[in-house]
Write a protein that binds this ligand. Structure first.
Ligand SMILES: Cc1ncc(COP(=O)(O)O)c(C=O)c1O
Ligand SMILES: Nc1c(O)cccc1C(=O)C[C@H](N)C(=O)O
Length: 416
């Protein structure tokens, strides 16, 4: 056994979160040939299935829907699910209850948040005509921000997060930023960027897709105005599980939704022609909640009972440190280049390695049971979900990567 394997074993043995893994449906070594035990490093795209979810979904479908039918809106708590589940997510992102509503996709919530932020800036009577957007953002945020800018008569200005402080001015209405960059895994400085946006008199909207459930966010502590995020990555809600919208409590009365559906009305069943917004988090709703996926998410969130997000962060950093060390040991010099910052303060919960022929390399990794993903044009992306990824997984993934790259060089294919 190599020194790194032995260290991985010792680190796993000392890991206070190791027990959480059994709450997930994951491959075990015996599911595969001995040299291809499943290592799932793609929880930053789709989180693994928590083991309690299937039975819960079955109950929702068979009993709540099948037997109680329409009564379930009240008796099974369907009607209040968006805010109830929002309150379950709240402590994970540092929010007090009553500020998060679950529903719709992240894309839709980005639209609500950016337009509402511009409207809030407008209601302050400042005539601010620019929206800043993270130029390196996951595409959907950029597309939606562009449409939101056109619809609100603003100019969209793409800038890197590092350029934001210099780009802010009395023309800035709102700034849309990602907490963790989906490609590189870079963690942006939410407290200082939010403070800079506020100093310029603008509103900060944060996309938490790649940070919620992986590291502390501190929404209330840092005075974030609005935030959105998905629940199918580190929150393990399942494919297409609903996203969430955070509106800081003191801004809720000024939140003027661009999608004022009947579910956000103060009295939805009054069926009145005139729109009158609900107060509080429900104002962020649109239409009928997607109950099946929402209640699957609610069950998935039970894995967080008794788990501290600080412990998750500590393990995430230890895992990514160890993985980088193993990559250094197993992968030949110059074959890969880490795009993920070494500094802990700048690192999310993934490692992105630039590698020539990355698409083909990832296919071979997956064939060998190491599942990460490939992002154009040349990035191998490995997500570390501390609740179910261990140090032996990190060691194995790096070792298989080294073997795959060595094999390619020997066979003369897709050198990296
Ligand atoms: C940063 C970021 N924002 C938004 C999305 C996607 O949004 P949606 O849930 O609407 O597909 C993703 C990933 O899919 C993402 O990584
Ligand atoms: N949302 C996804 C989907 O519906 C299919 C495949 C992947 C995704 C993703 O979440 C991609 C992800 N946001 C990324 O960071 O690349």
């Amino acid at each position: 056994m190599s020194e790194l394997m032995a260290r991985a074993g010792a680190l796993d043995a000392a890991d206070e979160l190791a027990g959480a893994r059994k709450q997930f449906v994951l491959d075990t070594v015996s599911d595969h040939a001995a040299d291809a035990a499943g290592v799932y490093l793609d929880g930053n795209s789709l989180g693994a299935l928590p083991a309690n979810v299937p039975a819960h979904v079955e109950d929702v479908v068979r009993r709540q829907w099948g037997e109680l039918r329409i009564r379930s809106w009240d008796e099974s708590g369907w009607w209040t699910a968006p805010e109830r589940i929002g309150d379950r997510i709240a402590p994970l992102v540092g929010a007090a209850p009553g500020q998060i509503v679950v529903g719709d996709s992240t894309s839709v919530n980005v639209f609500k948040a950016v337009v509402a932020a511009v409207r809030m800036a407008e209601s302050a009577g400042t005539g601010r005509d620019e929206i800043l957007v993270d130029a390196t953002t996951f595409p959907t945020d950029g597309y939606i921000a562009e449409s939101a800018a056109r619809m609100t008569g603003r100019t969209l200005r793409p800038v890197t997060p590092a350029e934001v402080p210099g780009a802010l001015s009395d023309r800035t209405a709102a700034v849309l930023l990602n907490h963790v960059d989906y490609r590189t895994g870079r963690l942006h400085d939410l407290p200082s960027l939010t403070a800079a946006v506020h100093a310029a008199g603008a509103l900060a909207v944060w996309d938490l897709c790649h940070s919620a459930g992986a590291l502390p966010v501190g929404l209330d502590e840092h005075g974030v105005d609005l935030a959105v995020g998905c629940t199918y990555k580190y929150l393990n809600g399942g494919p297409g599980s609903p996203a969430y919208l955070y509106v800081r409590r003191d801004l809720q009365d000024r939140f003027d939704s661009p999608l004022p559906g009947w579910n956000s009305h103060t009295e939805p069943f009054g069926m009145r022609p005139a729109y009158e917004p609900a107060s509080g988090a429900p104002r962020g709703r649109v239409g009928t909640p997607d109950i099946l996926s929402m209640l699957a998410l609610e069950a998935a969130l039970e894995v967080w009972d008794g788990v501290s997000i600080d412990a998750v962060r500590a393990k995430s950093l230890a895992l990514t440190d160890f993985f980088l060390e193993c990559v250094g040991a197993y992968v030949g010099e110059g074959r890969v280049e880490s795009l993920t910052p070494v500094a802990h303060a700048e690192r999310g919960s993934q490692v992105a390695l630039r590698c020539e022929g990355a698409g083909e390399v990832m296919k071979r990794l997956i064939e060998r049971g190491v599942v990460g993903d490939f992002r154009h044009p040349d990035v191998l992306r490995f997500g570390f979900t501390p609740l179910y990824v261990g140090f032996a997984d990190a060691e194995r993934a790096a070792r298989v990567l080294g073997e795959v790259l060595t094999g390619e060089v020997l066979s003369g294919e897709a050198p990296c």
